[in-house]
Write a new protein. Structure first.
Lengths: 148, 405
């Protein structure tokens, strides 16, 4: 798995000079801890209990600013998708063609992921998909959603 | 609503400067490109540079990391603006520079504002890689290998699904855009000649449902632009002032997936990927101007795919939501006798020249009767719509010439 220290972020260096600091995000540590355990976790607001995308810092329902992590059921439907025929970088070339898309989790939250349909066809909008961990690029096992 | 904030036509463009470099020209930086354009605009307006009280720039160009881009412009011009900032809503911010300038000069805080943009990034950096890095969420999208087209394609897939839009319907947009590009000497794709619906459908799939010819072409080289904006009363002696009649802006997200967590508010009463905040930006612009889509003589939009052009026609009010396919099928944007739409060829066929200001330049030149390509007959009002991010940030300006006042 790619060694990304999301809790502390990554210094952007030009030689010995630091020109910035990318993506320090202690608020997503629980998500990445879950990934390492083969679990997909999202957040719920400890004030109002509403579920949220793992990124949230503030609850836009009640204004709460504390969250709990919980593991999702794994059931989802395809909201949208695109099958990629030109990779963004060398890292993903070997997997072409592959499908990325947005799924709606049974918990009501939309997340971006890989979507896999049986050989030779694309997924369909509204189709039921199930969470399964699969390798993407150099990232190791990441959440994917697989159609029957 | 901004309708109490600005009186229609109270600010005008009185100077326009461009600097165009082609792929084979000597490599210059985005900073050089913009400064040459600024110099041209200041000369065109007949100003002493110290009269400039405001400097509004695009975000730092791709391939040129700068902490504060506007300050790089200011320090090179050796001027002392009282108002200056980057307008950082991606491509929408480029047009927004003019909105902030209009509000600043109308208020009386400053007399003249300089707005600039332009990028030679593709000559210095692999823009495909940079784009994928900035357009996608590094943690929640990038690990799955998305490309920029595949992010826009999420909208395309929903749009085609919900409104039963066919690839043929979308292809027609590319065909019409190309016709304008063929007439324009600076367009990237005009030299390649006309295309047919069949050509679009036979072009390689890059991120379904988007094919190569559904996509913008890169304008190789750079297109630097600067304008000088002042109050209308100061524009009296100007040869060809272009007035800012109405404008609006609205932005919804940075990353695509986050747009799905936005709901309960326009343009996402329900979570959706079919209606953009261009509805709000253009709605405010029309209301401020006291005009409607029927009054508009030509439209320029910076959206980079065929489906997004069709959605823009809906969101900018030229037809109802979901009716874009009928509008286009019935000749609504016909080069021959439809609404003049992307009259330089648009992003698809003029090319995508970051940060998109070439689309506003086209509107200004058309309104001045100085089109470099096909001139629209006696236009009075032009609508420019700029967007940035994956259909995330939107700005709209209605420009008018003296004939309209």
């Amino acid at each position: 798995m790619k060694q990304m220290d999301w809790a502390n972020g990554m210094p952007l260096m030009v030689g010995d000079i630091q020109i910035g600091h990318a993506e320090p995000s202690p608020e997503t540590v629980g998500y990445w801890d879950g990934i390492r355990e083969g679990k997909l976790k999202i957040k719920s607001c400890t004030e109002c209990g509403k579920p949220h995308h793992p990124r949230r810092i503030l609850c836009f329902h009640c204004g709460g600013d504390t969250f709990e992590w919980f593991e999702i059921s794994g059931h989802a439907t395809v909201f949208s998708f695109s099958t990629i025929h030109r990779a963004p970088s060398e890292e993903f070339k070997g997997e072409l063609p592959y499908t990325v898309g947005i799924v709606e989790l049974r918990e009501g939250i939309h997340i971006f992921s890989r979507i896999a349909a049986p050989e030779g066809r694309e997924p369909e909008i509204g189709e039921a998909v199930q969470l399964e961990f699969r390798t993407t690029g150099d990232w190791g096992m990441m959440p994917a959603f697989v159609a029957e | 609503m901004l309708d109490n904030a600005y009186k229609p036509n109270s600010a005008a463009i009185v100077g326009l400067g461009t600097k165009i470099v082609n792929q084979d020209d000597e490599r210059i930086t985005s900073l050089q490109l913009q400064l040459y354009a600024c110099q041209n605009a200041i000369r065109n307006a007949g100003l002493d540079r110290h009269q400039i009280g405001g400097v509004f720039t695009c975000r730092a160009p791709m391939g040129f990391t700068a902490l504060e881009w506007n300050m790089r412009i200011v320090q090179e011009l050796k001027i002392v603006p009282k108002f200056t900032t980057e307008c950082t809503t991606h491509g929408a911010g480029t047009l927004a520079t003019m909105i902030y300038a209009a509000l600043a000069v109308q208020s009386g805080a400053i007399d003249y504002a300089l707005c600039c943009s332009g990028c030679t990034g593709p000559r210095w950096t692999d823009i495909v890689k940079v784009n994928a890095g900035v357009e996608a969420d590094l943690q929640f999208e990038a690990p799955y290998g998305p490309t920029t087209p595949s992010l826009y394609a999420q909208w395309a897939q929903r749009y085609m699904h919900e409104f039963d839009v066919s690839p043929e319907d979308l292809a027609q947009v590319a065909v019409e855009n190309r016709k304008w590009a063929v007439e324009h000497p600076d367009s990237a794709m005009g030299k390649k000649g006309h295309i047919t619906v069949e050509d679009v459908l036979a072009s390689p799939m890059i991120a379904s449902p988007i094919r190569m010819l559904d996509s913008s072409a890169w304008f190789r080289g750079g297109f630097g632009t600067a304008v000088i904006i002042t109050r209308a009363d100061r524009a009296k002696d100007s040869v060809d002032p272009i007035f800012m009649t109405g404008f609006g802006q609205a932005a919804t997200h940075e990353w695509l997936t986050e747009r799905m967590s936005l709901y309960g508010v326009e343009p996402a009463i329900e979570p959706n990927l079919t209606t953009t905040a261009a509805t709000i930006a253009s709605g405010d612009a029309y209301e401020m101007a006291g005009l409607g889509p029927k009054d508009i003589d030509l439209v320029q939009t910076s959206v980079p795919f065929t489906f997004a052009n069709m959605m823009a026609l809906e969101d900018l009010g030229f037809c109802e939501k979901g009716e874009g396919k009928h509008f286009v099928r019935n000749g609504g944007i016909s080069f021959e006798d439809g609404l003049p739409f992307n009259t330089n060829g648009g992003y698809l066929s003029f090319g995508q020249a970051p940060h998109g200001m070439h689309m506003a330049v086209e509107a200004i030149e058309q309104l001045r009767g100085q089109a470099r390509g096909k001139q629209v007959k006696d236009p009075k009002h032009a609508l420019a719509h700029f967007h940035g991010g994956p259909l995330a940030a939107h700005s709209a300006v209605i420009f008018s010439n003296r004939d309209a006042l």
